[in-house]
Design a protein around this ligand. Structure first.
Ligand code: ADP
Ligand code: MG
Length: 266
């Protein structure tokens, strides 16, 4: 499948996440060094970079789960540091997250997992909660009987789908995915990518996706940003990445795995 929806650099598109001069550190180590990044409404942004460079840290900083040292983060045009608790909860309802690790609560069924955000943010009857959860479960391509299963009874692919259903629980506008296809076999990963692309189109989502998966980058991402040494070292559509002369970006997009991914689509 060739990517047919890569666009040029977005011009006047609305920025839904704006990060400026972001510094995040742990002890002596500065992980983000004056990082700038924009995410545009309706795009699927692929976020790449070497392991341990801070892709998850950036995601968690945007979500307000890791404190920053300096800089600003705006989501939907609002500085997340300056929000009242109420407005902050308002923003939290407009995003959904699929974390890299520990996606589901192991003691809860899939249905109960999907309902966790609903119970936290919405006041709905149990019956409505059940109906909504089933809708989300169906939306991610799980069979209804998955609803009553525990995470330990699911395959890796089903766990990812159930986690996605939970991320979609509150009908978010932004979806954060941290390495959603890692651990899946290539076919499972390809199917998951297709699901993301379909959901993005039908629900009009903005997707921020941390990934190592070159297939995902080729097939579903409109734009890619690469992290290196605490900053964005290259960004743009795939052709821009392929033309980058940054050494890491070059070896990543032109290396052996990249050639295999490209060969598979010709
Ligand atoms: N809560 C934390 N406390 C201390 N160091 C952390 C914490 N979270 C992440 N780090 C460090 O920050 C760096 C970036 O981590 P991470 O964002 O997980 O990398 P990746 O790009 O692989 O997602 C790593 O060196 C990691 O050890
Ligand atoms: Mg990570």
């Amino acid at each position: 499948m060739k990517n047919d929806h890569q666009t040029d650099e977005p011009g006047d598109q609305e920025v839904v996440i704006r990060v400026r001069d972001l510094e995040v550190g742990f002890g002596e180590r500065l992980v983000m060094k004056k990082l700038d990044l924009d995410v545009y409404r309706g795009e699927i942004l692929g976020f790449v970079g070497p392991s341990g460079q801070g892709k998850s840290v950036l995601t968690r900083a945007v979500l307000g789960l890791i404190p920053k040292r300096s800089g600003t983060i705006e989501v939907f045009g609002q500085d997340v540091d300056k929000l009242s608790t109420e407005r902050r909860r308002g923003i939290e309802q407009r995003w959904g997250v699929l974390f890299q690790q520990g996606a589901l609560f192991s003691a809860l069924t899939v249905r109960q997992n999907v309902q966790v955000p609903m119970r936290e943010y919405l006041k709905l009857s149990d019956r409505l909660l059940d109906e909504l959860a089933m809708l989300k479960i169906e939306m991610v391509g799980l069979k209804p009987d998955a609803a009553d299963k525990l995470p330990s009874e699911l395959s890796g692919g089903m766990i990812k789908r159930a986690s996605l259903a939970r991320a979609l629980s509150l009908d978010p506008e932004i979806l954060f995915l941290d390495e959603p296809t890692s651990g899946l076999d290539p076919i499972g990963a390809g199917e998951f990518d297709e699901l993301i692309a379909t959901l993005q189109r039908t629900l009009g989502l903005t997707v921020f996706m941390v990934t190592h998966d070159l297939d995902s980058l080729y097939t579903v991402c409109n734009r890619i940003a690469a992290l290196g040494d605490g900053r964005i070292i290259a960004q743009g559509p795939m052709d821009r990445m392929l033309a980058s002369d940054d050494p890491w970006v070059r070896s990543y997009f032109h290396g052996k795995r990249a050639r295999a991914a490209t060969a598979a689509r010709h």
